[in-house]
Design a protein around this ligand. Sequence first.
Ligand SMILES: [Ca+2]
Ligand SMILES: [Ca+2]
Ligand SMILES: [Ca+2]
Ligand SMILES: [Ca+2]
Length: 266
Amino acid sequence: MTFLIFGISLMKTGTRSKPIHTTKRCYVNLSQLPYTLPESTKFEIVDMDGDDKKDIVTLFGQGNEGIFILYQKENLDFAVEQVIQLSPEFGSSWFELLDYENDGDLDIVLTNGDNADYSIFLKPYHGIRLYVNDGTNTFNETWFYPLYGASRVLAEDFDLDGDIDFAVTALFNDSQNAPEEGFIYLENLNSMQFEFQAYTLKGDFTNGWLTMEKGDYDADGDQDIMLGTFKVQGVRKKSSYFGAAKIDPTKLLFLENKSNQGKRVE
Ligand SMILES: [Ca+2]
Ligand SMILES: [Ca+2]
Ligand SMILES: [Ca+2]
Ligand SMILES: [Ca+2]
């Protein structure tokens, strides 16, 4: 498949005097937990046990790190279960729910690559992991793809061939030796054998990328990708791995998916 690339450079930011929106606060009772849980970086609201009550699946990225499911009971009480246990140095950064093998239960794909704390060096255990649900919300790691500084992952059938592909950003990539690995696209070649073909961006994009979102921005029936970075001069001075690369002025990048080219959906 082909992605067409449009780079967008931003020169300065605007100011905002009013909040965009306000939300009504709702507190979740976690009093049954024997410990505090810092840094919930991502959550999804979905019924994980089939009782017609929405539950919360969330990633805590520090301390007792891992994926937790908060099963909704009565009166907004929740029963908390840690379903993936990770080390405090794991650097987990994002997860997505998906049904990888199309068997009706939700699986988890997770990135780890946060490298902004006290042990700043390239870590071979950073990357993308797939945890497959056995049907009882027990998750087993079944696939790992190493990527230094992996930040976010999107799971989608980008090339429209019926299997799940992955798009992955890496902010703390190996900017000296492999600056192109700030973004990779993993095309699924054989779903059950976990065989993927990796692609990087064409062109001289040296930034690592942090944020990423998908959507059919051109309404042609396939999912396109928008990337955003956070690399600016002076960041990562502590380590030559992250500070030596040329800083690219491109801050946003639009990747137009050409998989469904010529089949515009009205
Ligand atoms: Ca439920
Ligand atoms: Ca599944
Ligand atoms: Ca696919
Ligand atoms: Ca599209």
